[in-house]
Design a protein around this ligand. Structure first.
Ligand code: THU
Length: 159
């Protein structure tokens, strides 16, 4: 048997090292945590996405007493963007989160379901989605969701 190693590529940036556009997007994600409805987990996640035309849209997690009926911040933003501006690819997605102690120190990471949804966006628009995972200690800058998903599954894997 052969051992196979897969690499994950990302950068760690201090907030000041980010471009002005990226700083703006991260700030929008931080602001969006205020719109989270997290009555059950008390974990407030904010997402901000930039579309190809420069438009920024935000999302925040929305929970429900019937747990599976809620939705993550990333998907509220992505689905709203697709529903309103289906011709606009998503170029960058930023995420931030707050718990009972405040903004997370370590970069917040998207759940598996959201990664799969971001992958579908890359596949649909045939271009990568840059991902900014904010933490007060630093921000991970990721070029494509594929870096977070080795052996990912898309439509072409079925044919
Ligand atoms: N959550 C998100 O909004 N995004 C993530 O990537 C991780 C988890 C939300 C879902 C739920 O409302 C709460 O955080 C706890 O899981």
């Amino acid at each position: 048997m052969k051992n196979i190693k897969l690499e994950v590529n990302m950068q760690l940036a201090q907030f000041e090292e980010l471009s002005t556009d990226d700083q703006e997007l991260v700030n929008k994600a931080i602001e969006a945590t205020r719109n989270s409805y997290a009555n059950y987990s008390h974990f407030h996640v904010g997402a901000a996405i930039r579309l190809a035309d420069g438009r920024v849209m935000i999302g925040a997690n929305q929970e429900n007493a019937a747990f599976p009926s809620g939705l993550c911040a990333e998907r509220t933003a992505i689905f709203a963007a697709q529903a309103n501006y289906p011709d606009q690819p998503i170029t960058t997605l930023a995420i931030a989160a707050k718990n009972e102690k405040g903004l997370l120190e370590e970069p917040v990471t998207p759940c598996g379901g959201c990664r799969q949804v971001i992958l579908e966006i890359e596949d649909r628009y045939k271009q990568p989605v840059r991902i900014l995972l904010y933490g007060t200690k630093g921000t991970y800058v990721i070029k494509s969701v594929k870096d977070l998903m080795p052996l990912s599954f898309v439509d072409s894997n079925m044919h």
